[in-house]
Every structure is written in C-alpha cells, then in structure tokens.
Ligand binder design. Structure first.
Ligand code: NI
Length: 126
C-alpha cells in the first residue's frame, strides 16, 4: 500500500479508537461483504426505514397506512413521533427478503409528500 494512503488509514484508526490495523481491516472486509450480501435480492435482511412527512397533506397519512398494511408481513413494528404541528417521523422495523423490503421502502419514500426517507439494512448472520 502507498505510504500516504497507509498514513491516512492510520489516522482514521486512531480517530476511531482501533487497537490495531488487523482489527480495522477485519471490520472493513466484513462491511464490504455485508454490502454485497445485502445487494442480493434473496438475502434475508432486517433493518429500519425512517420517513418524515407532513400529515396535513391531503390523504397522505391514509395512503402511507394503506401501503404499510399491504406489507404487514414485512413490517415488524412502527414508531410514530409527532415532530411539530405538521410533521411526523416514522421509524419502521422491517424484515424479509431484501428485494421485498427495498420495494416497500421505495414505495413509501416515493409517495408524494414524504420529505425524507432512509432505509438501513443489515443481516442477523455473520
Ligand atoms: Ni404525527
């Protein structure tokens, strides 16, 4: 590895509190392999979908609820926080095949009036 690249890596390790390069490299490899696995449609995933939306927007809350009921086997739990008089934050705990979970996330995030959306996936396996 080039010395300059290695020096940057070492600085990152110091900032993140890694005890050794091998520990950090193992984490990097694991993360990269996880990314590959989560990309595969058939992988069983767990994760969270966070959305922020304006519940005053016509019919929006109803449409979001309707979509969620259509995917009730994928959504394990749902936390709703009323952020202010208009905006709602919802965090959905999701599980299932990656393809199905991603499709649900895309549908909710693409719904008109949803301002922010982020899907975070992981797997329970090593
Ligand atoms: Ni609300």
């Amino acid at each position: 590895m080039e010395p300059a690249l290695l020096a940057r890596f070492d600085r990152l390790l110091a900032e993140r509190g890694y005890g050794s390069r091998s520990e950090a490299i193992r984490d990097l490899v694991r993360r990269r392999l996880d990314e590959e696995r989560l990309r595969a449609d058939a992988t069983n995933v767990v994760g969270t979908l966070t959305i922020v939306y304006d519940h005053e927007q016509h019919d929006l809350a109803h449409r979001l609820t309707h979509i969620q009921h259509d995917h009730h086997t994928t959504i394990v739990a749902n936390v709703h926080v009323h952020l202010d008089p208009r905006n709602c934050l919802e965090v959905l705990i999701v599980r299932g095949r990656a393809r199905r979970v991603r499709r649900l996330a895309e549908e909710l995030i693409a719904t008109k009036g949803v301002r922010h959306g982020r899907l975070t996936l992981t797997t329970a396996r090593d």
